[in-house]
Design a protein. Structure first.
Length: 528
């Protein structure tokens, strides 16, 4: 710190010409009377230099006053009018939460204008992605912005009514809203007539004690660590990345809204995959109303492919992201990522924005009733799923055999052996079916893909051109090698330096080169 202070202070000398120090006129030297070598004044000098640089940056960029800091931002939104949280760079015309949020940050002049097109410029990362129609009152994002006392009000001035920034907390530089999260709590609110015996439910239905006991029993079975490969897409049985740990899964007391009875289910887990919660709710409803039997529930975790209905996203709400472990570490110096002081604002937004939207969709638009009519179209016997899986395996084997045949027909000089089957965007060979495991990032709740249809393959195609290869976690493996295939000559595989004939030939050529140099010099002299 001492060296830095001296170096920055000496830069304040301004010379009009190169002169000796004792010959310098007094007006051309900036006085440094405030410079002392104690730690207090050195800190003041550093602060002054930082402020000056910040002011110059503000003039150039037009940003508000305040230092640039890494923060955790708590915000809430109602997903009624949006196509999910994440902004798609290729389809920016689609209305998303992040699209409006990024624009509000730029309009508030707390981040540079290029952050709308390039969010990584502000190191933005959300804790959990949500699908179309899904709401939240506890979403957290990490980013860098200009921090001052009025930053929350500045951002909210440029946001629509269904998106609100609740609080901004300064954090450590290494904070990542997704990776540092230890758990996520979701709630799902639905009318109780969804649990009535199939075909008999209506808006006047009131759930019975027996039905509540059955709901509680199934929710309890979800707790713990299970492989949820059939509750998402892009995962296969046996993959470690398909395992999830469910901490809590409980139901609340039924309540009435305009003579329609509702109930709220609350689930807390370490992390969730694409559509996982909605399929867990869908299987719960099918089990309670009698469409799905006990064996179907068992096959959902033990078979490679099983048909599981996906409940609507209307009632799903991200309630809270947990950072208990992070708050016990270095984050304590900034107060941690804790938003308990704004809990009243969170409850108010849930009461005035999110819940009215859910009740309207269920009472006026009959969202759950329409979905219940499609529930019987699913296969709960396991027969269709088994046939589909066997057919898919045959297609993979057939494709693999065709590729092997093409490889055998290729000339040996063009063959390049690969230790593992290819898995890149240009390959049509299927991934191995031997239960090999691949790593995948955890701690994501991604609900951004279209609705699945009946008969959907367990694994989607590997790219836009392939119809057979299933990706595991969206990553593409590059198996191309930078090393060229060694070329052998007629010397039985020996290199040129190892061949005696070549050695002799090289010696003769070297002698010729050496003896030819003097001759060339003599010729040049004679010509001159």
């Amino acid at each position: 710190m001492l060296r830095s202070a001296l170096r920055n202070s000496l830069r304040r000398y301004r010379f009009t010409s190169i002169q000796k120090p004792n010959q310098l006129p007094t007006p051309y030297i900036t006085p440094l009377t405030h410079l002392t070598m104690d730690a207090t004044n050195i800190t003041k000098i550093d602060d002054g230099i930082e402020t000056k640089n910040s002011e110059g940056s503000e003039q150039n960029s037009g940003l508000v006053s305040g230092p640039k800091r890494k923060v955790a931002m708590l915000f809430a939104y109602c997903g009624a009018n949006y196509h999910g949280l994440q902004m798609n760079r290729g389809e920016r015309w689609i209305k998303t939460i992040e699209g409006d949020l990024f624009q509000a940050l730029v309009n508030a002049k707390v981040v540079p204008s290029n952050c709308v097109q390039e969010p990584h410029k502000m190191t933005y990362k959300n804790a959990s992605r949500t699908d179309k129609g899904v709401s939240t009152c506890g979403q957290v994002a990490s980013l860098k912005l200009r921090l001052n006392e009025n930053v929350v009000d500045l951002i909210n001035q440029h946001l629509p009514e269904d998106i609100v920034v609740m609080a901004v907390r300064r954090t450590t530089q290494g904070f990542n809203a997704q990776l540092k999260a230890e758990g996520r709590t979701y709630s799902y609110t639905l009318p109780t007539f969804a649990f009535a015996d199939y075909g008999t439910g209506n808006t006047s239905y009131k759930i019975t004690e027996d039905k509540l006991l059955k709901v509680k029993s199934i929710l309890h079975r979800y707790k713990g660590t299970h492989t949820f490969h059939n509750f998402t897409s892009g995962k296969r049985m046996g993959e470690m990345s398909a395992q999830r740990f469910i901490i809590e899964f409980e139901h609340g007391d039924p309540f009435l809204v305009q003579d329609v009875e509702f109930i709220t289910l609350t689930i807390k887990g370490q992390s969730f995959m694409l559509h996982q919660i909605r399929k867990m709710i869908g299987l719960l409803i099918a089990m309670v109303n009698g469409l799905a039997k006990e064996q179907h529930f068992i096959r959902a975790f033990s078979e490679p492919l099983e048909d599981i209905p996906k409940a609507p996203g209307t009632g799903l709400v991200l309630e809270k992201v947990h950072y208990d472990g992070f708050n016990k570490g270095p984050a304590k110096q900034h107060g941690g990522v804790d938003f308990t002081d704004v809990q009243d604002k969170i409850d108010e937004f849930r009461k005035t924005r999110i819940l009215p939207y859910i009740y309207k969709k269920e009472i006026e638009e009959s969202s759950m009733l329409d979905w219940l009519e499609t529930l019987s179209r699913h296969d709960y016997s396991g027969k269709s799923s088994k046939e589909q899986w066997e057919y898919q395996v045959k297609e993979w084997s057939k494709k693999k055999l065709e590729n092997e045949t093409k490889t055998n027909d290729t000339p040996e000089s063009k063959q390049v052996e690969s230790p593992v089957p290819p898995n890149d965007s240009k390959s049509t060979e299927c991934l191995p079916l031997d239960g090999s495991k691949e790593e995948s990032s955890l701690g994501k709740e991604t609900n951004g893909t279209p609705e699945s249809v009946k008969g959907e393959s367990l694994v989607p195609p590997n790219d836009s051109k392939s119809t057979e290869c299933p990706p595991l976690d969206g990553s593409k493996e590059d198996l191309s090698s930078d090393e060229e295939t060694p070329v052998h000559d007629v010397t039985n595989g020996l290199n040129n330096d190892d061949c005696s004939f070549n050695k002799k030939h090289n010696e003769v050529m070297n002698e010729a080169i050496v003896t030819s140099e003097p001759a060339a010099k003599k010729t040049k002299i004679s010509l001159t």
